[in-house]
Ligand binder design. Structure first.
Ligand code: SAM
Length: 324
């Protein structure tokens, strides 16, 4: 492993920062004592940061449980991988990280969807076993995530996992992401919480050499976890950030300011007091050719080291009119 390499979290989280890390990380402080991440999600950010201590949090209980489970398994990864293999074999899932068992005929007949066809039955059985069980087996939940639609987690109002099978496999990417996760976290001092971000931050006695990275749900885009977010939460967040500035605690916050004609005015108005860096997002909209359809930023309350020699504060050409 080299320092310049970026590692993807084995949660393959929707909207993760994996592809943006090369842009975001150089904007973080050079040395970090405690790295605090109130919206950890899949964890692609903390995995790729060096710090003496990590205080992590996510409100999603299953996301939290998967991390806790993987962290606990990192001490004996052979047992973990044996258990994974045993469960995959028991249910009969495809498993290209060890062998290719999807028949040629199926591959030919369903050129683009053969994994979904092959894994459908096994997935149904695993989902039903997981939903029926009283004590939830997090390894099974992890496999549902890996073989499930878009590698997402979604539960209905009864608390049952309710996504269909995905056209995906437990391949070498998954295997390597797990191995890297285990190796990276074994060198980190981590405490993981499962709280609302304010409650989490209130639990910590913040110090001036802490650094807090916020990647909240985005008010104007769509994803499963955005359901937990609204204007009230956004205002609560920016108010909290202003308090951090007053206490001289460094923060960086990611957000999407423009999306398909929508503008997050609450955030943009607030952000003009701070350093705003545009981030070239990996998000490509195939439905909307307007080049302003998606803008992502990183806002910091300090001037990033790599920008120290630029004369002026970076300004943002704020578009306040919607485009459609
Ligand atoms: C944009 S995602 C973070 C993605 C992460 N940076 C990554 O690379 O995977 C936002 C996360 O915030 C969590 N979340 C939503 N509302 C929250 C709240 N009030 N407090 C803490 N976490 C929250 C969601 O569960 C979700 O995992």
């Amino acid at each position: 492993m080299t320092n310049t390499q970026t590692y993807r979290s084995p949660l393959f989280y929707v909207g993760d920062k994996y592809k943006l890390l090369k842009e975001i990380k150089p904007l973080f402080p050079k040395t970090i004592n405690r790295f605090i991440e109130p919206f950890t999600g899949g964890g692609s950010v903390f995995l790729n940061v060096d710090a003496n201590e990590f205080l992590l949090n996510d409100i999603d209980n299953y996301v939290f449980q998967i991390h806790q489970f993987l962290i606990s398994q990192s001490k004996n990864t052979d047992v973990f991988f044996n258990q994974i293999k045993k469960t995959i074999l028991e249910y009969g899932f495809s498993r290209s990280y060890i062998e290719n068992i999807v028949p040629k005929e199926l591959r030919k007949e369903f050129v683009k969807t053969y994994f979904a066809k092959f894994n459908k039955e096994a997935f149904q059985k695993l989902k039903s076993d997981f939903n029926k069980s009283e004590n939830k087996d997090i390894l099974k939940l992890y496999l549902l995530l890996i073989y499930g639609f878009n590698r997402m987690l979604r539960f209905n109002s009864k608390g049952e996992y309710n996504l269909p099978v995905g056209n995906v496999d437990f391949n070498t990417n998954v295997y390597n992401a797990l191995k890297n996760y285990f190796s990276l976290i074994s060198k980190k001092n981590i405490n993981f919480y499962n709280l609302d971000f304010v409650e989490f931050l209130n639990k910590i006695e913040l110090r001036t050499n802490d650094f807090i990275y916020f990647d909240p749900p985005y008010l104007i885009t769509f994803s499963e976890y955005n359901k937990l977010w609204n204007e009230k939460k956004e205002k609560e967040l920016i108010e909290y950030l202003d308090n951090l500035e007053q206490s001289k605690i460094k923060f960086a916050v990611s957000n999407v300011t423009h999306y398909k004609g929508k503008i997050n005015k609450i955030f943009l108005d607030w952000a003009s007091k701070y350093q705003i860096q545009k981030v070239k997002s990996n998000y490509i909209s195939y439905h909307d050719n307007s080049n302003k359809s998606f803008e992502e930023v990183l806002v910091t309350n300090y001037k990033p080291e790599i920008l120290k020699h630029t004369q002026t504060k970076l300004t943002w050409d704020i578009k306040t009119e919607t485009t459609n």
